[in-house]
Design a protein around this ligand. Structure first.
Ligand SMILES: CC(C)(COP(=O)(O)OP(=O)(O)OC[C@H]1O[C@@H](n2cnc3c(N)ncnc32)[C@H](O)[C@@H]1OP(=O)(O)O)[C@@H](O)C(=O)NCCC(=O)NCCS
Length: 159
């Protein structure tokens, strides 16, 4: 299948039309295959979380959410890529762009709960397992962490 050229990654506002599109995609891609729906618990704190999308001229290709866990720690959640365009490098592109943004902002550590089926994807981006397997939304997960390297952040005076 021919995949569309991605236009880019951008942050969108909570409650924008694009946000509601991502919520529908998250339900379809991340919940329905598990026989679940997106619950109020899933979305309750989303007004204060950050919403990133990858889009092409044809529409949304993927998204993920970033939630502050502390002044320099961010948790990523609900990452998805349109199944018709999986394994085309779009997930890597989206994650790399979001990590670069967080790094520029001074974030030092990024963590996430990875489905065991997606561990290899996150490992390729430098994440490492941290702790035992646990169950979330009825399926096995591992916590993963990535330490962002300070030397890659914008230069500053470090006396
Ligand atoms: C997991 C997901 C986000 C990956 O995005 P993607 O666009 O398919 O991944 P990419 O094509 O960018 O893959 C980048 C690299 O990771 C590898 N990879 C991708 N998915 C993988 C997986 N599930 N397991 C192991 N490796 C994987 C690719 O082979 C590629 O390897 P390379 O560096 O050798 O070329 C996407 O497939 C998806 O949305 N899956 C369903 C929902 C899901 O599981 N979300 C994650 C919740 S934690």
């Amino acid at each position: 299948m021919n995949s569309p050229a991605p236009h880019g990654v951008r942050e969108i506002a909570h409650d924008s039309p694009r946000y509601h599109e991502t919520a529908r995609a998250r339900e379809r891609i991340l919940r329905q295959p598990l026989g679940r729906v997106l619950t109020a618990d899933d979305t309750r704190d989303e007004p204060i979380q950050r919403h990133f999308i990858l889009e092409s001229g044809e529409g949304l290709l993927g998204g993920l959410i970033a939630r502050a866990e502390g002044p320099k720690i961010v948790r990523l959640r609900q990452m998805w890529i349109e199944p018709d365009h999986a394994r085309c490098g779009f997930g890597r592109h989206l994650l790399e762009e979001v990590l670069a943004t967080l790094e520029r902002e001074g974030i030092e550590q990024v963590m996430l709960h990875a489905r065991v089926t997606a561990l290899g994807f996150y490992r390729r981006q430098g994440f490492r397992e941290d702790g035992p397997e646990f169950t979330e939304v009825g399926i096995p997960h591992r916590r993963m962490i990535l330490t962002l390297s300070p030397e890659k952040r914008s230069p500053g005076c470090r006396r």
